[in-house]
Design a binder for this molecule. Structure first.
Ligand code: SF4
Length: 199
């Protein structure tokens, strides 16, 4: 069935209150799609669309985030809707149940929104800024590398190994980011290198 259905025609023929899912269950899948397409402009009017990547798993599906409130105007931005990105080559607009429920994760009161540290001897975590977190990571990596880097093995062969720090890369990145990550990690001599896709 190939239907070119305008919103007005659909509402006239099907009735505004007729659920698209019922039609879908009856085999009218395209009517259901037309119904969803007819509603979307109203639901998402005056929102800002932002492309992103689902944070849940290594499939890294493309998502569209719709938010209200302009940061540029000093307003608080709030995500009100999440859906699959139809232009993304991996998922082409689809999302699995976890991805479809991303809005719940975004709004979860328990979601961490900033880095935290537990200082030596402390029994609680403290919030720190991203700048401070990145500075600390870099400082610790430098100190560990300086102390443990192995330039040559016992036979005098150059090996340039750094085995006391490991690196876990994310799969929700672009090819370019993955390439740069690999270059940085391997050129630093890190051998223990894995990816979220295998976890
Ligand atoms: S939508 Fe599902 S399959 Fe896709 S990245 Fe998210 S959790 Fe993974």
């Amino acid at each position: 069935m190939n239907m070119d259905l305008s919103r007005r025609a659909f509402l006239r023929t099907a009735g505004a209150g007729l659920a698209g899912t019922s039609l879908g269950a009856l085999g009218f899948g395209e009517v259901e799609e037309a119904h969803a397409a007819a509603i979307r402009p109203f639901k998402l009017a005056a929102t800002t669309e932002t492309r992103n990547t689902c944070t849940y798993c290594s499939v890294a599906c493309g998502i569209l985030l719709y938010s209200k409130g302009s940061l540029a105007k000093g307003e608080k931005a709030e995500i009100i809707h999440v859906e699959g990105d139809p232009d993304h080559p991996t998922n082409r607009g689809t999302l699995c149940p976890k991805g479809a429920a991303l809005l719940d994760m975004v709004r979860a009161e328990t979601r961490l929104q900033s880095p935290r540290i537990r200082k030596a001897g402390s029994d609680k975590f403290e919030r720190i800024s991203w700048d401070e977190a990145l500075d600390r990571v870099v400082r610790h990596m430098k100190a560990d590398r300086d102390a443990n880097f192995v330039a040559k093995n016992k036979d005098g062969v150059t090996v340039n190994r750094w085995t006391t720090t490991g690196f876990l890369a994310a799969s929700a990145t672009t090819n370019e980011t993955a390439f740069a990550t690999y270059k940085v990690v391997r050129s630093a001599g890190i051998l223990v290198f894995d990816n979220q896709a295998r976890v």
